[in-house]
Design a binder for this molecule. Sequence first.
Ligand code: Z5A
Length: 215
Amino acid sequence: MSLAPIRHPHFVTLEGGEGAGKTTALDVIREALQARGHEVVVTREPGGTPLAERIRELLLSRHDEKLAPETELLLMFAARAQHVREVIRPALRRGAWVLSDRFTDSSYAYQAAGRGIDEAFVAELEKRVVGIVPGLTLLLDLDVREGRARTAGRDLFPDRIESEHDDFFERVREGFRKRAANDPQRFRVIDASQSPAQVGAAVERAVDAWLDTQA
Ligand code: Z5A
């Protein structure tokens, strides 16, 4: 695999913390792409293939044995390796657009900024295992407590990562914001504290503007 990750303009990702509203935003983007006649493959991470979904279960379920940060990182990338080869690349090759709920930016935010793993290690895995970067990434940015309040009723049994403390999620949020600030060409930061309709409209504007540059 090439050591320089390649940006693909038809690969769009959504990032953000818990409860930021990625699910609603996904629908808006899918509809905007389909309205222009594009085939859209909607997928998610960790997961996206049967094997990667099994790795997701391992990652999110609670275990008596504590998962080492490095184990967590490598499992994220094991799932991603499979996802890229089985779903993302084949779809892009046949001309479809790919829309993924989370991708490598989540590993920089959660495993590097959140858990303290060296960013250079994540970058090395990205180069050697992934090799592809989205053309457009929408970061739904939201106050950590607000995000957790939104999912509080839903998550009677929070998963392993959701059970982390607020300071972990504050580091994750900063990690995302730093990545967005360093790459304004790829990222669009959306204020996710707005109403669902306002967030949807902001997402739609960002995607329409991106599509116009691709026409
Ligand atoms: N993870 C990682 O550590 N490293 C990696 O490399 C990758 C992932 C790829 C699973 O991801 C976990 O894996 C995740 C990061 C980690 N752990 N955490 N935390 P996930 O994407 O499956 O999990 P999630 O981010 O926690 O999903 P979520 O909580 O469902 O977030 P969401 O999809 O952005 O939220 P939503 O389902 O669209 O909305 C949540 C609720 O808020 C729902 O009741 C909505 O009706 C409500 N909502 C949505 N928008 C609004 C607005 N605008 N106002 C008010 N209420 C709203």
